[in-house]
Design a protein around this ligand. Structure first.
Ligand SMILES: C[S@@+](CC[C@H](N)C(=O)[O-])C[C@H]1O[C@@H](n2cnc3c(N)ncnc32)[C@H](O)[C@@H]1O
Length: 275
């Protein structure tokens, strides 16, 4: 059995009960996958590792002529299949088992993973799948929680997550996450207000992230708090670890990028050498 089985099972409690399986906006999705440009993806095969409810694929499927595949280990694949049109191929599998996925699906022009590697028992194995499942000359891209900028989450939220992920999901969602979402929501709105009054570079916790989330409604904030508390495994990944990963011999050294996102995450990626 996969080491991530428990994590995927618990995330499925979140995705199978989310208020809207297509929970992101188009702008969120295009920013998440940038520097990729959706126009460059036309006519290509694209794989998402850890697709959850299919919320990202849902926006990509509206762009014509991308051949889309999503992989997730949890029962949320059923939610994704209901959300997405039948041309999107959704597979229930362990994304760290790249040999199996390769034998089933082959390689893709592009392969991405958003918000997944930091929840794996062995994040490096997920990274290796990202590389192995991308064609020579193809592109890979990922977003993970950063160690940097997340000290407040690591100190105050992590102890709660370790407890909360073990209780029934509905208790966690409605008795723990819901009340916590109220101050979270108002803090985000306060940050947004401060920005409007010209305070754009405040050195207060998670300021840039709050600006990012503040444009969304209360239900989205609640979803994010529950998503944070539902999982048994979370790593906060240091830039130097990503730098080591990106020294992989299959990666074109000139193509790599690592960008600090919203003050609390890393977006990174590059291109696979033409072998
Ligand atoms: C935070 S969610 C992200 C979902 C989606 N990428 C998004 O951004 O909405 C993490 C997802 O990774 C999946 N996952 C965790 N470990 C996995 C594994 N070993 N193989 C496949 N999926 C896995 C979980 O089931 C969950 O749906």
């Amino acid at each position: 059995m996969s080491k991530d089985f428990e994590t995927a099972k618990k995330f499925s409690n979140s995705w199978n009960n989310v208020y809207n399986p297509s929970v992101y906006t188009y702008e969120q999705v295009t920013e998440w996958i940038a520097p990729w440009n959706v126009n460059e993806m036309k006519g290509q095969s694209v794989l998402e590792l850890g697709c959850g409810s299919g919320a990202i694929l849902d926006h990509l499927q509206k762009i014509c002529n991308i051949s889309l595949t999503g992989i997730d280990l949890g029962s949320c694949v059923d939610t994704a299949r209901k959300l997405l049109n039948e041309n999107v191929n959704i597979i229930q599998a362990d994304l760290t088992d790249h040999k199996y996925i390769l034998s089933l699906l082959g390689r893709f022009d592009r392969c991405y993973t958003i918000g997944v590697l930091h929840h794996l028992r062995e994040p490096q194995k997920g990274f290796e799948s990202l590389i192995e499942l991308t064609k020579p000359g193809g592109y890979f891209h990922a977003w993970v929680y950063a160690h940097e900028g997340n000290w407040i989450v690591r100190i105050f939220v992590e102890p709660l997550r370790i407890f909360a992920n073990q209780i029934p999901w509905w208790f966690n969602k409605f008795i723990i996450a819901l009340p916590l979402s109220v101050p979270f929501y108002f803090y985000a709105k306060l940050c947004s207000l401060l920005k409007k009054f010209g305070f754009s570079n405040l050195r207060i916790p998670l300021f840039d992230y709050m600006l990012w989330i503040s444009i969304r409604d209360f239900r989205f904030h609640h979803h994010v708090v529950f998503d944070q508390l539902v999982t048994p495994t979370t790593h906060y990944i240091k830039r130097e670890r990503i730098e080591k990963w990106l020294k992989h011999p299959l990666i074109e050294p000139d193509s790599i990028y690592i960008k600090f996102r919203n003050g609390n995450g890393w977006k990174f990626g590059g291109r696979i050498k033409t072998r």
